[in-house]
Design a protein around this ligand. Sequence first.
Ligand SMILES: Cc1ncc(COP(=O)(O)O)c(C=O)c1O
Length: 401
Amino acid sequence: MADLFDKIANDPVLMAARMGREQGIYPYFKPLSETEGTEVVIDGRQLIMIGSNNYLGLTTHPRVQRAAIEAIERYGTSCTGSRFLNGTLELHKELERRLARFLGKEAALIFGTGYQANLGAITALMGKDDIAVADREIHASLVDAIKMAGCQLKRFRHNDMNDLERVLRECGDAPKMIIVDGVYSMGGDLADLPQIVTLAKRYGARLFVDDAHGLGVMGEGGRGTHFHFGCVDDVDLIMGTFSKSFASLGGVVAGDCDVIDYIQHHARSLIFSASMPPANVATVLACLDIIEEDPSYVQRVHVQSAKVREGLRRMGYDCGQSVTPIVPVYIKNEMHTVFTWKALFDNGVYTNPVLPPAVPPSKSLLRTSYMATHTDEQIETVLRVFEHVGQLTGLLQPVVA
Ligand SMILES: Cc1ncc(COP(=O)(O)O)c(C=O)c1O
């Protein structure tokens, strides 16, 4: 009789992980022993962190930390229940009101994570008679949500508006929703929202934007990619997560009142899972206070990331279509990516290697991302290390004296 665990012995992912560990080049699940945001300690060594989603650097802001501590003191550490029953605090409702206003929508609903927000909203709204028209590079949580919803999935080539139109035409009169990321989490490029909105209207499709990486970063005051493009009313549902710019854990979906009310009463990931702990809610409220009072955080993350993007491109690195604080460095070969990651790591710079099966081998990349709180000295060091490592590994042409 076959044993369920037989697959483990021959699993290719696990075999690659074990080989990487034996050779000391395994890049994942590395425990940090200390972090102050822009610098971390791993294996007793200090590294500059350019691999986090802490875009505004607010995880260590004294006001944010104080808000979390005060919330624990006032409400305790957990709500021990779902929003549906005993797990709704007035604090959750306050955050939903604030986020609805911030995102330019009538109503907002918060979930335990961004993953659950995507799962909840998509499974609540979509079923077997509906079609999800999704960009090829949408986040994995959306793919899982679409599968769980049981609707039909039709994908279009990444940000290719001709292909999107072809797919929409194929859908005919079926109820459909276009599903895209506002900022793509690996490439750091933006969805072409103005064109997508035009096509959504032409073909009678609803539009869902996962703005996990746009919230707090894009648009005036960090209000999102829909603000960046001036199409706030044309996006039916805007989703965000608090695990990035908002220094916390949790997710949000915002839209019209009746749609949000419907999701609230049908989203199983909301109803059958405990609500956001008070400290996490208070953290997001404090982050909102800070960025609404002081626009410099949002401005500075773009200034710092532009310096690196331009510097890397000048050296000859391929940073793709990035226009955001996510700056990919395409190495385009799996093993070269691992060795470049290791060389950067050994020279005090933490990045994230993105390898197959997450991407095709020829698109292997190092995902780097920047914070408002990175100092100019840290940015200069990062550029210096990239130049040194590029010459060491042969990725960059040697400097001719
Ligand atoms: C685009 C995108 N959507 C959704 C999520 C899920 O968010 P969370 O980490 O809050 O579950 C992520 C997280 O990596 C993401 O990058």
